[in-house]
Ligand binder design. Structure first.
Ligand code: Q46
Ligand code: ZN
Ligand code: ZN
Length: 308
């Protein structure tokens, strides 16, 4: 297989795009495409201050790399979840974020959940009625609250995450199986800040397959944590990804068409009528972030419950 641009040996063949590229042209293609998606979806502009949520994994570090190469001002945010699981998952992931930041002279904000709130994510989870289950619900709730707070307090214009097409298609698949109208309405590459205290969110890698972001990180020589979070095993999202991969194997491009046609349908107003009326949001008395609860948001209640 040869590179379409220069005829050299291809480093990657993307069947869904009918495009093969050598290392050099692939490393140019990914940022150029990302810039196109940023502009097409009005994600942010060069004057904006961007906060990139980094986990130490390939996608978020690749995103930080691409944005800084494109000339954007992007700081990193790492949230220390306190997940050890016998191999120091959180410590390892922090190491890769710090190494990337140091090597590229970028600033990294670190919020350690235990230092900031007195308990790790697994400890916060133990205090919930479903404390024996995986900590993913507590983890997601905590990350959303912390990411938004740090972005708001730091006056960032936008918070970006490294979600790729496989992630987005899996979420879409789950939302569609259950016809979750309000979730479908809110899913997309950009989430507007529609309430005071909320920061705009964007996913610049949403159109790249996971194998494309992995190839970018590897070819660029980015060092990242190979291990998944130990709690990811058995998650529904992984099962949905496997199902979509099966469809993709037989018909390359299925995931992309599924997701892009969803965006088109949404623009056309397809899900608007299915979304139930939502109550106006209140402001949490503790952290000042939007919440549907009358006084304290779910995260602040969780932290309070865990404080001795
Ligand atoms: S939610 Fe669950 Fe992830 Fe948190 S506990 Fe790990 S697997 S990191 S995206
Ligand atoms: Zn080439
Ligand atoms: Zn709160």
């Amino acid at each position: 297989m040869k590179c379409r641009k220069c005829g050299a040996k291809a480093a990657i063949n993307m069947r869904q795009h009918k495009l093969a590229l050598c290392k050099q042209h692939y490393l140019e293609w990914i940022p150029t495409q990302t810039q196109r998606f940023i502009e097409e979806h009005h994600m942010f502009s060069p004057e904006d201050r961007i906060l990139v949520a980094v986990s130490g994994g390939k996608d978020s570090l690749a995103l930080w790399d691409i944005l800084t190469r494109l000339g954007y001002q992007a700081d990193g945010l790492y949230i220390g979840l306190g997940i050890d699981s016998g191999f120091g998952y959180s410590d390892k992931s922090l190491h890769f974020c710090q190494k990337y930041a140091e090597d590229h002279r970028l600033s990294l904000i670190v919020v350690d959940v235990k230092d900031a709130y007195g308990s790790t994510i697994p400890q916060l989870n133990e205090k919930t009625p479903r404390g024996k289950d995986k900590p993913c619900a507590v983890c997601g709730l905590s990350k959303r609250n912390i990411m938004n707070r740090v972005a708001r307090d730091g006056d960032y214009d936008v918070l970006v995450t490294g979600h790729n097409l496989d992630d987005e298609a899996a979420v879409l698949f789950g939302n569609t199986l259950n016809w979750l109208g309000s979730y479908l309405l809110r899913q997309g590459p950009v989430l507007e800040a529609d309430h005071p205290g909320l920061v705009r969110k964007a996913k610049p890698l949403f159109r790249f397959y996971e194998r494309e972001t992995t190839a970018y990180a590897l070819l660029r020589g980015i060092e990242y944590i190979y291990d998944e979070c130990p709690h990811a095993e058995g998650a529904k999202s992984i099962y949905y990804k496997e199902v979509l991969n099966q469809l993709e194997r037989n018909r390359p491009g299925t995931k992309l068409i599924f997701y892009l046609n969803f965006l088109k349908a949404k623009e056309g107003g397809l899900f608007a009528e299915q979304a139930p009326e939502t109550d106006p949001l209140n402001t949490c008395l503790t952290c000042g972030q939007p919440t549907s609860s009358p006084e304290q948001c779910a995260f602040c209640r969780l932290v309070e419950r865990s404080t001795p």
